[in-house]
Design a binder for this molecule. Sequence first.
Ligand SMILES: Nc1ncnc2c1ncn2[C@@H]1O[C@H](COP(=O)(O)OP(=O)(O)OP(=O)(O)O)[C@@H](O)[C@H]1O
Ligand SMILES: [Mg+2]
Length: 269
Amino acid sequence: MSTARIAICSQKGGVGKTTLALNLGLALAQLGHRTVVVELDPQESLAASLLQPGGSVVGLHQVLRGTATVGEALLKTKIPGLELLGVGEVDPMTSWDFHAIVSQPGVLPRTLNEIGDDALILMDCPSGLAGATLGALGAATHAMIPIQAEPLSMRSVERVLNVMARIRENQNPALALAGIVLMMFDRDVDASLEVVRTAWRDLDPEVLFEAIVPRNPVYLEASLHGVPVGFMAPGMHPEGRRFQMLATELLGRLAREEEGHAGPVQTLL
Ligand SMILES: Nc1ncnc2c1ncn2[C@@H]1O[C@H](COP(=O)(O)OP(=O)(O)OP(=O)(O)O)[C@@H](O)[C@H]1O
Ligand SMILES: [Mg+2]
């Protein structure tokens, strides 16, 4: 069984981090891995989609402040093997406080240790490369970067990689890149096609995941219903299958690393 702590992060907002964390989390759980999605975004969109309204007052924020334990904050979902550590209640006017605590070196790793060493942990970061994202990268074994199939996306990847290089130097030498996922690909839009071509040309195949997520209104419908996209059709919606392919690719990469093969981070930086 693979174990890893993966920070899902991007500089830009709205590129699909939360969508990726939720749907990849489901796929990994369906493939038999204990998977914990940790919400690091005080916007609370993940907990909002998985839980009943008002159901996540106790979460990571309370654990970090010492008013709750991980055991109290870690929630089982309806999906066997998939658990959620929601962000908990964060006052929007003092969310800097959450970001400050979570980004203190050592704080998040200690909390994640309490989840146990048998889990794949996916950290849903807020947009941007400061605050909680720095905490996540400091605690992670890997980063996974979703990019929108849009012009300028490649430039934002460079910025994430630069921040990762600095975190590796100062705090977390083991931080590796799990890979880059192209999200919201629209085959009818020339600019979107161009980004996919550029990504295929410029990125090492070990870096770019083969599974590409297209733009599809079913994602928005799924988030309105508060369910992973696979649940949007009897059996499984085809978009759910896509995340199973992505999960299988990710597990293959992790397994190769465990066998001692160098991850893509060495080829990029
Ligand atoms: N492939 C897709 N096709 C269409 N809509 C999508 C797709 N993926 C995500 N969306 C929608 O786009 C919006 C942004 O996605 P999401 O919340 O996952 O991005 P995010 O990177 O987590 O945003 P933030 O930076 O605000 O945390 C959501 O409304 C989501 O339902
Ligand atoms: Mg999000």
